[in-house]
Design a protein around this ligand. Structure first.
Ligand code: UD1
Length: 419
């Protein structure tokens, strides 16, 4: 694992271009397992997690070419439906190939997933969903096997929590259950769900209501090859916006979808960040004072995203007063707080809420990254802090941020990666 070395304090300036969405690309890549024809996906970010998903598709014997942000996927002639542990353990999103493979080839086996260490992440909603769709599921030695047992005419799947992964998994699997009418209630509404539905509908699927709490899927017999462009990564965009504000910088963020970041903009405006939208895909961010404190509730979309919670806590660590950040999606996702304290931040965590007492300045230090978004928060803290910061075990950042060192350097940060 390598380290990042940052010389602070930085004052970010210039412009940064946002890449395609990781969390959109992953379920869309998984959904290509439904196809008998070539699929071309554009604006795919070059990230470790994307390479893992491509390896999974290759393990299923799809032919995948990935170059310059474009992935071309041809279906397997002789499919393999047992996806090995080494691939699935790396990333939770890999579990989403189970349903599509089993729907297409009647039976599939996938290991229980791994992923970021942000707390317990069960797959019970996924399995219950598959069972309701007519699959049997069986877990033995950490391997889940799903087998298509019967055709269901109509089913209502009501999710106990609007899980992004479960909504995507059920929606994709149901898409090719010919003759089955599936209703997903309490569905996740994240923009990535809508992107997946747009992709599948373009290929001939019939999915209604994606982007609302009630999604209807009318299963079809066949999907047709298509070309689809992935939406911009709202979490990457949000991270750069927070970093610019946190360093009291003034810079442009380009190629983003502003309408996907309303909850972040509301919070930042309350803390006195200047945000001026130049057009739908470009925003200017500037800040010329320590932030005002704010109260944030982290909730599913359209609420404040959990994937920006560590970064916003880093930003608020220099607020002029006490902020609170309550996490309701992954209740124990506060591993970054201990590391932020090493910079001199004053943060307590109590019962799912971080209480952030703003300090005047942070000091450079040595820290280590516990997960992908924690790594991003530590980078922001390192940019804000006076002196040198060394972030070890930082490679997880490459799971979610394309060319992060180059992009931050182009914003005039002094940052380097050491193996
Ligand atoms: C996705 C995102 C991740 C983001 C998260 C929440 C991808 C690839 N990852 O993860 O970056 O942080 O949404 O916005 O898109 N749960 C269960 N049982 C289940 C499924 C989920 O209890 O079967 C719980 C989880 O433990 C968690 C909550 O539901 O507390 C939300 O998780 P979920 O929305 O499923 O997250 P992911 O899809 O894994």
């Amino acid at each position: 694992m390598g380290s990042l070395i940052i010389e602070g304090p930085a004052k970010l300036s210039g412009a940064v271009k946002i890449s395609g969405s990781k969390n959109s690309a992953l379920p869309i890549l998984a959904a290509t397992l439904l196809f008998d024809e070539r699929v071309i996906l554009e604006n795919i970010p070059d990230l470790m997690d994307i390479h893992t998903m491509i390896e999974i598709l290759s393990a299923a014997r799809c032919k995948v070419i990935f170059s310059n942000g474009v992935a071309t996927i041809d279906p397997p002639t002789n499919p393999n439906t047992d996806i090995p542990y080494e691939l699935v353990r790396k990333m939770r999103a890999s579990f989403n190939v189970l349903g599509p493979l089993a729907a297409k080839f009647q039976k599939a086996s996938v290991s229980l997933p791994g992923g970021c260490s942000i707390g317990v992440r069960p797959v019970d909603y996924h399995l219950e969903g598959l069972q309701k769709l007519g699959f049997s599921t069986n877990i033995e030695h950490g391997i889940v096997t799903a087998k298509l047992e019967k055709k269901v005419d109509e089913v209502i799947i009501s999710l106990p929590f609007p899980s992004v992964g479960a909504t995507e998994h059920i929606m994709t699997t149901a898409a090719i259950l010919d003759g089955t009418h599936t209703i997903i209630e309490n569905a996740a509404m994240e923009p990535e769900i809508e992107d997946l539905a747009i992709f599948l509908n373009q290929a001939g699927c019939k999915i209604l209501g994606a982007g609302t709490r009630r999604i209807e899927v009318f299963g079809v017999k066949k999907v047709y090859g298509c070309v689809h462009r992935i939406i911009p990564d709202r979490i990457e965009a949000g991270t750069y916006i927070i970093a610019i504000a946190a360093t009291m910088g003034d810079a442009l963020v380009e190629n983003l979808n502003v309408s996907h970041l309303i909850s972040l903009f509301d919070v930042l405006r309350s803390s006195k960040v200047n945000l001026s939208q130049i057009c739908e895909d470009k925003v200017r961010v500037s800040m010329n004072q320590r932030p005002d404190p704010v109260k944030i509730q982290v909730t599913p979309y359209p609420g404040f995203p959990t994937d920006l919670q560590p970064q916003i806590i880093a930003f608020l660590s220099r607020a002029q007063g006490t902020s609170t950040v309550t996490e309701t999606v992954f209740k124990s996702r506060f591993q970054h707080v201990d590391e932020l304290r090493r910079f001199g931040a004053r943060i307590e965590v109590s019962d799912g809420t971080a209480i952030v007492h703003g300090v005047e300045k942070l000091s450079g230090t040595q820290v280590s990254a516990t997960d992908l978004r924690a790594a991003a928060a530590l980078v922001i803290a390192g940019l804000m802090a006076n002196g040198t910061t060394l972030i070890s075990e930082v490679d997880q950042i490459f799971r979610g941020y394309e060319k992060v060192v180059e992009k931050l350097s182009s914003l005039s940060a002094v940052i380097q990666y050491r193996e």
